[in-house]
Design a protein around this ligand. Structure first.
Ligand code: ADP
Length: 697
C-alpha cells in the first residue's frame, strides 16, 4: 500500500480538491484510486462534519471487494466505519464514514434525498466504464455542485477516460494525472485470426505438444509469473478452467512448476468470493496461477503478480435495440482502449508479455477506438422514469445534460413503454403510479406488476415472482445453459407452472420451498442453488418491507404464506403481469410456428427452449403471452413467459392506438408527420371472440 503511485500525489490531490468543487483524476489501474482516495480525504477531515464519503462502483463485486480492503487497511471492523451498499444488500451502519456503493444505489438514495446531504464527498469511480448509471450521475452532479457549492466535493476517477471531455462537461474543472509505474509489455500478435479463441487461449497457456501455432506456450517455457486470460463470460470461463485443469494434470510431474486455476467473473457470488480471496492472496511458492477472467479484471479488480496476459480480443456485451425492443447478448470485439488496458495488466510488477489472439491489422484497423457507452445500448425506460420522478423543475428530460446523449429513438421507446404501463400520462407527465414505481428498486415492468398485484390481492405472490426474477439469473433453473440441459433430460419433481408459464412456475417452486421450511436438501435435490434461493428469500423480504413503507404499513403482505396457491391467485397474478408487461405482449401465430409481438414494430418470435410452456405439442400454447425479455441469440426468443387472456390485452391495444409520441414527449421529439404510418399492430382475431386457448373459465 505504501508505494501506491497515488500516495505520492496526496498533497496535490488534497490542495486541488480543497480549491475546486469537481476534480477529474486519471490514473493507471492499480494506482490506488479506488482504495486510497477515500482514505486520504477521510484523514484530511472530510468526514468530520458527520457527512460521509461515497465511492460509487459500476460493479457490485468491486464495491464489496474494495470496501473490505479499505476496512482492512484502516484496521476497522467491516460494516462499521467502512461498508458497502449494493442492491438488496446493505453492510453499513450509523458509524459508516466511507461508503462504497454501486452507482445504481446512489441514484436511488438521491430519490429520497435529492441533495445527497449525507455526503461531503462523492467519488464516481471507474467512470471510464461509462455505465448507464454513472452517466446519469455525471449529469446530476453537475446540478448538485451548484446547489451545494460550499459543502460538496465531487471526484471523477478513471483509468482511461477522455479527461478533457469530462473536464469540459464540468466547466473546465482541473484534471490530475497520476502516472502509474508500468513496466514495458511486449505485445505478441497472432499471425492469423484463430477459429476458436478458447482453444487458442488454451494452446497459448499450455501447449502439450509442438504445434503450428505461431505463439509459444507460456507455462512450459516462460519463467514464473501469473497468467491472466481474458474470456468473454461464465460459460467460456468454466470450459477453459476445466480444460486447463485437465492439461495441468496430464503434465509430467516435475516438468514445470505447479499450477492453480482460478475463475474470476461477476455472476456467481459464492464461487467468486472464494476465488477472489485466492486471487488477492500471494501465490504459493513455485506455483503459477492461471486467472481466467471476464473484462472485470481489465480495470475493476487489480490482480497483483500477473506477468502474462492472453487477450481473446472479445467481450460479451448486452445490447438493446430500441426499434425492436430486443436485447442481444453478443460476443463482440473489444475496443483498442480495452486491448491496451488488458495488455497493461501484464506490466504492473515487472516487464510482461501480452499475447493477442488476433492480428496486428485487426488491432490497428478493425477495432473501434473506444467502447460505446452503455447509455447508447440500453433500454432507457428505467432511466427516464427515474429522471421524471425527480421532478426537477429546470430539467427537460429529453434535453437532460448527458456526457453523450442517447438516441432520440431510444428515448421515444422509453416514453412509449412508460405510457403503456401507466407510469406517465399522454402528455408525458409522471403519474402517481409512476412515482410509486420509481421508489421500487426494480425494473419498471416488475414495479408496475407489484402495484397492480396489490390491487388484485395477490401482492405476496407477485413479490415472490419479482424476487425470483431479480435474483442472479444463473442461480435459478432454466436460466443457465447447463441447467437447461438438465431440465430437458432429467425428469424433475419441480412444478411445471400449471400450463401458465414460467412466472407461475417460479412462484410454485418458491412456495414448495417455503412449505418445506426452506429446506436446503430439497434445493440440492432439485438442482436449485441454495445460496440463490436464500438470496431470493432475502430479496422478497426486502421488497415486501419497501412496499409496506410505500403504503405506510397498510398493506396486507404475507411474507410467509403457507397456503396452497389457488387458480384464482394465479389468475390475479397473471392479470397483474399483463398490466406490468403491457409493452411486452405477444400473440400466437396460427399459421406460423411461434408468436408475433404486439407493438409498434411487430416481429416474429419464438418461445425460448428453457420455458416450461410446451413448444412441441400443438395446441398447448396460449394465444397471448407476456414475456420478461426478448433476446436475440440464433433467433429472436421470448424468455420467461406468462399466459394472459385476450380480454386483458384489448384495453392495452386500444391505448396503443391512441398513443401520440409528439404529445408524449412534450413536443420535443418528432412532429406528427414523422410518426404517421407507425400504427400499432392489431391482433389477427376479432375482438371478443374467445378461442379454446383462451383458458379463462
Ligand atoms: P485503482 O482503483 O487505481 O485501479 P485500487 O485502489 O483498486 O487501484 O488498487 C490498489 C492496490 O490495492 C492494488 O495493488 C490492488 O491489488 C490492491 N487491492 C485492491 N483491492 C484489494 C483487495 N480486495 N484485496 C487485496 N488487495 C486489493
Amino acid at each position: 500500500m505504501a508505494n501506491l503511485p497515488i500516495l505520492q500525489f496526496e498533497e496535490q490531490i488534497v490542495e486541488t480538491v480543497e480549491r475546486n468543487p469537481v476534480v477529474v483524476i486519471i490514473g493507471e489501474t492499480g494506482s490506488g484510486k479506488s482504495t486510497q482516495l477515500s482514505q486520504i480525504l477521510h484523514k484530511r477531515g472530510y468526514t468530520k462534519s458527520g457527512r460521509a464519503i461515497a465511492v460509487t462502483q459500476p460493479r457490485r463485486v468491486a464495491a464489496v471487494s474494495v470496501s473490505r480492503r479499505v476496512a482492512q487497511e484502516l484496521g476497522v471492523r467491516f460494516g462499521e466505519e467502512v461498508g458497502y451498499a449494493i442492491r438488496f444488500e446493505d453492510r453499513t451502519s450509523e458509524k459508516t464514514c466511507i461508503k462504497y456503493l454501486t452507482d445504481g444505489v446512489l441514484l436511488r438514495e438521491s430519490l429520497s434525498n435529492p441533495e445527497l446531504n449525507q455526503y461531503s464527498v462523492i467519488i464516481l469511480d471507474e467512470a471510464h466504464e461509462r455505465s448507464l448509471n454513472t452517466d446519469i450521475l455525471l449529469g446530476l452532479m453537475k446540478r448538485l455542485i451548484k446547489i451545494r457549492s460550499t459543502n460538496l466535493k465531487v471526484l471523477i476517477t478513471s483509468a482511461t477516460l477522455d479527461g478533457e471531455k469530462v473536464s469540459r462537461f464540468f466547466s473546465n474543472c482541473p484534471i490530475l494525472n497520476v502516472p502509474g509505474k508500468l513496466f514495458p509489455v511486449e505485445i505478441r500478435y497472432s499471425s492469423e485470426r484463430p477459429t476458436s479463441y478458447l482453444e487458442s487461449s488454451l494452446k497459448t497457456a499450455i501447449a502439450i505438444c509442438a504445434n503450428n501455432f505461431a505463439l509459444s506456450e507460456i507455462h512450459v517455457r516462460e519463467p514464473e509469473g501469473d497468467i491472466l486470460i481474458f474470456m468473454t463470460g461464465q460459460d467460456d470461463i468454466e470450459k477453459l478452467v476445466k480444460k486447463l485443469e485437465e492439461r495441468v494434470q496430464s503434465l509430467e510431474e516435475g516438468s514445470c512448476m505447479d499450477a492453480v486455476i482460478l475463475p474470476l467473473h461477476g455472476s456467481l457470488p459464492p464461487e467468486l468470493q472464494a476465488s477472489l480471496v485466492r486471487v488477492f492472496s500471494p501465490p504459493p511458492p513455485n506455483c503459477r496461477r492461471f486467472i481466467v477472467a471476464t473484462n472485470i479484471a481489465e480495470t475493476s479488480l487489480t490482480v497483483d503478480g500477473v506477468v502474462y496476459v492472453i487477450d481473446s480480443g472479445y467481450v460479451k456485451q448486452r445490447q438493446y435495440n430500441p426499434s425492436t425492443g430486443m436485447y442481444s447478448l453478443d460476443v463482440v470485439p473489444i475496443s483498442r482502449v480495452q486491448a491496451d488496458q488488458r495488455a497493461g495488466r501484464a506490466g504492473r510488477t515487472r516487464p510482461g508479455k501480452c499475447y493477442r489472439l488476433y492480428t496486428s491489422t485487426v488491432y490497428h484497423e478493425d477495432l473501434m477506438g473506444a467502447t460505446v457507452p452503455e447509455i447508447q445500448r440500453s433500454s432507457l425506460a428505467g432511466t427516464v422514469l427515474y429522471l421524471k420522478s425527480l421532478d426537477l423543475p429546470d430539467i427537460d428530460i429529453l434535453k437532460f445534460d448527458f456526457l453523450d446523449p442517447p438516441s432520440t429513438e431510444a428515448l421515444e421507446d422509453a416514453l412509449k413503454q412508460l405510457y403503456l404501463i401507466d407510469a406517465i400520462d399522454e402528455n408525458g407527465s409522471i403519474t402517481s403510479i409512476g412515482q410509486t414505481m420509481a421508489e421500487l428498486p426494480l425494473e419498471p415492468s416488475l414495479s408496475r406488476t407489484l402495484i397492480e398485484a396489490n390491487e388484485y390481492g395477490c401482492l405476496s405472490q407477485a413479490l415472490t415472482v419479482a424476487a425470483m426474477l431479480s435474483a442472479e439469473t444463473s442461480l435459478l433453473p432454466g436460466t443457465s445453459k447447463s441447467t437447461d440441459k438438465k431440465r430437458k433430460h432429467e425428469p424433475s419433481d419441480l412444478p411445471d407452472g400449471s400450463g401458465w408459464g414460467d412466472h407461475i412456475q417460479l412462484l410454485q417452486i418458491y412456495e414448495l420451498w417455503d412449505q418445506r421450511n426452506y429446506d436446503v436438501e430439497w434445493c440440492k435435490d432439485n438442482n436449485l442453488q441454495v445460496r440463490g434461493m436464500k438470496f431470493v428469500r432475502d430479496v422478497r423480504k426486502q421488497l415486501s418491507q419497501i412496499m409496506q413503507k410505500i403504503a405506510k404499513g397498510s398493506l396486507d403482505v404475507r411474507t410467509n404464506g403457507r397456503r396452497k396457491e389457488s387458480q384464482e391467485d394465479y389468475r390475479n397474478l397473471r392479470k397483474s403481469l399483463c398490466v406490468g408487461y403491457a409493452n411486452q405482449l405477444a400473440e400466437r401465430m396460427m399459421r406460423h410456428n411461434g408468436y408475433r409481438t404486439l407493438g409498434f414494430k411487430p416481429q416474429l418470435v419464438q418461445v425460448h427452449p428453457s420455458s416450461v410452456l410446451k413448444t412441441d405439442e400443438e395446441g398447448m400454447l396460449p394465444n397471448y403471452v407476456v414475456y420478461h425479455e426478448l433476446i436475440s441469440t440464433t433467433r429472436p426468443f421470448m424468455r420467461n413467459l406468462c399466459a394472459v387472456e385476450m380480454r386483458w390485452v384489448m384495453p392495452i391495444l386500444k391505448k396503443l392506438e391512441k398513443l401520440n409520441i409528439t404529445k408524449l414527449s412534450g413536443g420535443s421529439v418528432r412532429s406528427e408527420e414523422q410518426t404517421k404510418g407507425e400504427n400499432p399492430s392489431l391482433p389477427e382475431k376479432e375482438v371478443g371472440v374467445a378461442t379454446p386457448d383462451d383458458r379463462e373459465s
